[in-house]
Unconditional design. Sequence first.
Length: 332
Amino acid sequence: MIGESAGPRTVGELGEFALIDRINAGRSQVAAVLLGPGDDGALVAAPDGRFVVTTDMLVQGRHFRLDWSSPRDIGRKAIAQNAADVVAMGAAPTAFVVALGCPADTPLELVDGLADGLWAEAGRVGASVAGGDLVRSRDLIVSVTAFGDLGGRAPITRSGARVGDTVAVAGRLGWSAAGLAVLAAGADRERYADVVAAHRVPRPPYAAVLDAQVSRPHALTDVSDGLLADLGHIAAASSVRIDLDATALRDSRLEAIGAALGTDAAQWILAGGEEHAFAACWRTTAELPGGWRPIGQVCAGQGVTVDGATPSGARGWESFHGGDSANRDAPL
């Protein structure tokens, strides 16, 4: 329109440092971030002299598609998958550092949406974005490093499961994989809006772990690569076998969607990931805090079984075995 201000519309037009200022404008740091963006590095408190640290990356075309997920969705997912790893160690997230790679012609509104999503999910878990980096790249890449505070407690690792423990989960299983299947099949997104939303934005039940620190589990993991794969890590680290109860894993909503799409919903539940539910081994079923439900037992032996038998089909996500699981948006 005549008279309209012709301001910058892309990352390249605005420039790196102005973009950094734009991303950080109006943001407030939590108390754990003693010094945020603006210097050579951030300063994050480590109250008991230690911190949990983890990092993960999202790559366009491999982990997300912009025609399936909004920039805000992608930002939230990038934080959630890292926050879940911190919480799965028994720690409370305190700060995130984000590295963003994008083409020079990336619209500023895309970066705005991404930043809003990053901050929204960081705030949901009581943390903030302490800093990061920007770089020009061919595709959109979001890499997050997360820090967490153990509060003087020992970390909860994968190696503590004991024979006789109850295996339980907090959160939903298979919904993200079902949402991906709906998108990939071109099915009615409105009809299946609940699972599509679960795929676009994971909702890890952080409080189910952080509020259960009095009765801590023996072993804990988040379900990012699929239930069989992630419980397999606990079984291997603890030198035990985990036997799952197929009945306890059934989900009537997923079974209905699976029937409509001609897919076995059990595969979504066993091999899907990315909801970042939590799976843990507790001493007894009676110890389970609110938000947890039993799905199996820890037994002598090795590996993961379902009703005593080795399950067939997909086993879960593995980055360099593309196509082995349905818990990522699309292979290249």
